[in-house]
Design a binder for this molecule. Structure first.
Ligand code: MN3
Length: 261
């Protein structure tokens, strides 16, 4: 009996230590991953996507479990999408960067903003895989199982002001995703006039390539939805609003404003 209690206590302590050290690890990774776009150390989520000290980009862990969004995005899709597709973009980006030590230390955002200055033999690889890394890092962060379903805070007012109301914005955003032929993304971006726009890009092209800041984007590659929604991209686009993390979209809206200051 005594030993059972003792053993139980030791297990509890061990689990607690594990949890504490895990949270330390994620904080360490977050700060290692980059410097803040806004220079606001209290907002670690709007960081640039930086290389680790080893000169490599790393696959960020999902900020929730693989099955957290299951009602709208199934567990198998989330697992393959993160662990295989996103991981491949990171791996291929690293392979390209490894050829040019001068590029070590640059963030993904910097690489994408200055694509045309890169060595020609890696330009397309960085466009596709740097874009893939930036787009997916954004994508995981702007989803949550605890979505409140509609915009809050400053982005709510900015959407109303730019598009009339949330429903009109949703329709425009969904249309951008629906009409994207083949693979790509639907976006809400801020342009360099600090105006909000709905756009769409092909493949893994980032809005940063057009000097637009990606505030939120939905992945309309078939790999993002086909297992659950099959060919019905429109159903996926409509469902996706149930998992949007408006707190993080607000963080990105602030980062967008700082980006063009
Ligand atoms: Mn994808």
């Amino acid at each position: 009996m005594y030993f059972k209690k003792f053993y139980g206590l030791i297990t509890t302590i061990a689990i607690a230590i594990c949890l504490i050290s895990q949270s330390n690890i994620s904080v360490a990774n977050a700060s290692e991953q980059g410097t803040s776009i806004t220079n606001n150390s209290q907002s670690p989520q709007h960081t640039l996507i930086a290389q680790a000290s080893t000169g490599e980009f790393t696959l960020p862990p999902l900020p929730y479990s693989y099955d957290a969004l299951d009602e709208y995005i199934d567990t198998e899709t989330m697992t393959l999408h993160h662990d295989k597709h996103h991981a491949a973009y990171v791996k291929n980006l690293n392979k390209a960067i490894a050829l040019y030590p001068d590029l070590q230390g640059q963030s993904v955002e910097d690489l994408l903003l200055n694509l045309d200055t890169l060595p020609e033999d890696i330009m397309t690889t960085v466009q596709n895989n740097g874009g893939g890394h930036a787009n997916h890092t954004m994508f995981w962060s702007i989803m949550t199982p605890d979505s409140n379903g509609k915009p809050t805070g400053e982005i709510a007012a900015a959407i109303d002001s730019a598009f009339g109301d949330f429903a009109t914005f949703q329709t425009e955003f969904n249309d951008a995703g629906k009409k994207r032929f083949g693979s790509g993304w639907a976006w809400l971006v801020m342009n360099d006039q600090k105006e909000l726009e709905v756009t769409s890009t092909a493949n893994q092209d980032s809005p940063l390539m057009e000097n637009q800041y990606p505030i939120m984007g939905n992945d309309v590659w078939e790999h993002a939805y086909y297992l659950k929604y099959r060919n019905k991209r429109e159903d996926y686009l409509n469902s996706w609003w149930n998992v949007v993390n408006w707190d993080e979209v607000n963080n990105r809206f602030k980062a967008a404003n700082s980006f063009f200051e």
